[in-house]
Design a protein around this ligand. Structure first.
Ligand SMILES: Cc1cc2nc3c(=O)[nH]c(=O)nc-3n(C[C@H](O)[C@H](O)[C@H](O)COP(=O)(O)OP(=O)(O)OC[C@H]3O[C@@H](n4cnc5c(N)ncnc54)[C@H](O)[C@@H]3O)c2cc1C
Length: 308
C-alpha cells in the first residue's frame, strides 16, 4: 500500500480521520492546505504531514488541483476527507480531477483484496446501511464523530512542505472569526438532552442542574436550538447535528424522532423521561420513565447527588 492520505480543515476531524485510516493501514499521511492549516494541526500520530503551500493563499478551495496532483503523483490508495461544507467541495472536485470514485459520508471503510474497497454509509436517518464497493484509488468523505480522534500527546510527525502554484481568482479581503460555543459533545461521557416539551427558557435551569449532578454536557433537539434558540446550534444532536457516543444519554421531554435518535445510536445507556407513554424515544431506551420531566429531573438530580 502506498498509504492513505487524509484531509480536513478541522484539526479535530483530521485526528479522527487518522484513526479511521490507521485501522486500515500503517501508512497514514495528513495533508494540510496552506501554512495556517499546518500551524492549527495538533497532535496527529500520522506517518507524515504534507503541507501544500502557496504563499498568500489562505483559501482551502484554491488548493484542490494541487491536492489532486499530490494524490495522483504519490499513488495514494485513498483520500479520506472530513465531511464538512469545505470538505464536501474539496472531495467532489478532487474526485472529478482524478476521475475516481467518490463515496460520501462513509462510516466504515474496508480494504478488500485486489485493490478493491468497500464503504458503509448509514441512510434514511439510520433506517438502512448502504454498502458501496469500488476499485482503485478513491475519495471518501467521513462525517465527524465516526471515530475517536487519534491522540498521541506530544507526538510529532515528519513535516514535508511542498510549494505549489494555485490558480485562485478570489482575493481574500478580510476575515472574521466565527464565534463558537466551544462545546465538545462528540467526546462527552454523559449527555442530558433537552427536548421541546421543556422548551421554555426557565426549563434550562432544570436541565443544567441534572447535567451538573451527572457531570454531563447539556445537549438538545434541533428545534430547541433552531426554532427556540434556547441553546447554540452546536448543541443539538441528530442527523444534521452532533453525533455523540456517551456512556449515558438522558432525554428530557424528547419525542425521539429518528432524525434525532440517529445522533446517539452509539450511546451505551439511554434514559428517557416523557409524559407520553407512546413516545418513540421509549423504543430505544434502556430506562423509560413516564412522567413530567419538570418534576422528575430535580428528583433524579437529588438522587444522584445523594448516591455520590
Ligand atoms: C431533514 C430533517 C432533519 C432533521 N434533523 C434533526 C436533527 O439533526 N436533530 C433533531 O433533534 N431533530 C431533527 N429533525 C427534527 C425531528 O424530526 C423532530 O422534529 C425533532 O427531533 C423533535 O424534537 P423534540 O423531541 O424536542 O420535540 P417534539 O417532537 O415536539 O417532542 C416533545 C416531547 O416532549 C414531551 N413532553 C411534553 N411536555 C413534557 C413534560 N413536561 N415532561 C416530559 N415530556 C414532555 C411530549 O410528549 C413530546 O414527546 C429533523 C427533521 C428533518 C425533516
Amino acid at each position: 500500500m502506498a498509504g492513505i492520505y487524509v484531509f480536513s480543515e478541522d484539526a479535530r476531524l483530521t485526528a479522527e480521520l487518522v484513526t479511521t485510516a490507521a485501522a486500515i493501514t500503517g501508512e497514514v499521511h495528513v495533508v494540510c492546505l496552506g501554512a495556517d492549516a499546518a500551524s492549527a494541526l495538533t497532535t496527529t500520530g500520522a506517518t507524515s504531514v504534507v503541507v501544500l503551500e502557496a504563499p498568500g493563499t489562505p483559501r482551502t478551495e484554491a488548493y484542490v488541483a494541487a491536492l489532486a496532483d499530490l494524490v495522483r503523483d504519490r499513488g495514494a490508495d485513498l483520500l479520506l476527507v472530513g465531511a464538512t461544507v469545505t470538505g464536501w467541495e474539496v472531495a467532489a472536485r478532487v474526485a472529478a480531477l482524478l476521475d475516481s470514485a467518490l463515496v460520501s459520508e462513509a462510516s466504515i471503510v474496508t480494504a478488500l483484496p485486489d485493490g478493491m474497497w468497500q464503504a458503509e454509509r448509514v441512510m434514511y436517518a439510520g433506517g438502512a446501511v448502504q454498502t458501496e464497493t469500488w476499485s482503485g484509488p478513491g475519495v471518501v468523505t467521513v462525517a465527524p464523530g465516526r471515530a475517536v480522534a487519534a491522540s498521541v500527546p506530544g507526538s510529532t510527525s515528519p513535516v514535508e512542505v511542498v510549494a505549489v502554484d494555485v490558480d485562485s481568482r478570489v482575493r481574500v479581503v478580510s476575515r472574521t472569526a466565527r464565534v463558537r460555543a466551544g462545546v465538545d459533545l462528540a467526546s462527552a461521557a454523559r449527555v442530558v438532552c433537552l427536548g421541546m416539551g421543556l422548551g421554555d427558557s426557565g426549563d434550562l435551569a432544570v436541565v443544567q442542574d441534572l447535567a451538573d449532578a451527572l457531570d454531563a454536557e447539556v445537549a438538545c433537539t434541533r428545534p430547541v436550538a433552531e426554532d427556540r434558540a434556547l441553546l447554540p446550534t452546536e448543541r443539538y444532536i441528530g442527523i444534521s447535528g452532533a453525533h455523540v457516543h456517551p456512556d449515558l444519554y438522558v432525554g428530557l421531554a424528547v419525542s425521539g424522532q429518528v432524525q434525532h435518535t440517529v445522533g446517539f445510536r452509539d450511546a451505551k445507556v439511554v434514559v428517557g423521561i416523557n409524559t407520553n407513554p407512546a413516545a418513540p424515544l421509549f423504543a430505544v431506551c434502556d430506562y423509560a420513565v413516564v412522567g413530567d420531566a419538570r418534576e422528575l429531573a430535580p428528583l433524579l438530580a437529588a438522587a444522584v447527588r445523594a448516591r455520590r
